[in-house]
Ligand binder design. Structure first.
Ligand SMILES: N[C@@H](CCC(=O)N[C@@H](CS)C(=O)NCC(=O)O)C(=O)O
Length: 227
């Protein structure tokens, strides 16, 4: 277990926030960005997914489905990145992650949902290792992931066409950005997606690289990062 504190402001109670995370997990990456954007300090607890620590009984007591991230905030133990972000939004209103305009809010929910329901679960570790690699064949892994990501990115590119500014839905960082940045990072770094097909997403990816709250959340900058 490693410890890291990021962010600019103390959160406004005495409870220490604890984030169970794995450096390479894009779902944990979402939370690291959200906490940084809100300026909330947290203790980082690494869960090594490659060693199967997500299936240890003590971890399953926190999250019975055996996934990271999990956030502990005093008595509250919350899992699932979407739910955790909504919780943070309700409890820590500084630097809102949702706009007030209801159409713009819906675009943020749509973008977050495309990433968290229609892209990432179709290429999570379990599916890739235990099914595609072992039962279908190791050579099928990359084409499968690329197909899933390209389909999702095609939809996101259309969704954001009328709404993007400096960020996904205008000139402020919102929930859509928090879900997009990790998916874009892995598209570039791990899955070799032809990003010239996605000009808006490519531009957003470059913008996210300029923002400290995002850079500090990068997988490579986490205490449990390897290589
Ligand atoms: N819907 C969940 C998905 C969580 C999830 O799939 N986490 C992955 C890492 S990004 C995980 O823990 N995988 C471990 C495994 O597949 O065994 C969320 O958004 O938090």
């Amino acid at each position: 277990m490693a410890s890291a504190s990021v962010g600019e402001e103390e959160h406004n109670n005495n409870n220490k926030l604890i984030l169970y995370s794995y450096w390479r997990s894009s779902c944990s990456f979402r939370l690291r960005i959200a906490l940084n954007v809100k300026g909330l300090k947290y203790e980082y607890r690494a869960v090594n997914l490659l060693k199967g620590e997500q299936t240890h009984p003590e971890f399953l007591q926190l999250n019975p489905i055996g996934f990271v991230p999990v956030l502990v905030d005093g008595p509250a133990v919350i899992f699932d990145s979407f739910a955790i972000i909504m919780f943070l939004e309700d409890k820590y209103p500084q630097h809102p992650l949702l706009p007030t305009d209801i159409h713009k809010r819906a675009i943020n929910f749509q973008a977050a949902s495309i990433v968290s329901s229609s892209i990432q679960p179709l290429h999570n570790l379990n599916l890739l290792q235990k099914y595609i690699e072992e039962k279908v064949g190791p050579d099928e892994k990359l084409p499968w992931v690329q197909g899933v990501i390209r389909k999702g990115f095609t939809a996101l590119e259309k969704l954001l066409k009328e709404h993007s500014g400096r960020y996904a839905t205008g000139d402020e960082i919102f929930m859509a950005d928090i879900f997009l940045a990790p998916q874009l990072h892995s598209a570039y770094k791990r899955f070799n997606i032809p990003m010239n097909e996605f000009p808006i997403l490519s531009r957003l990816h470059e913008t996210y690289y300029e923002i400290l709250a995002f850079r500090e959340a990068w997988p490579e900058n986490q205490p449990d990062a390897v290589g």
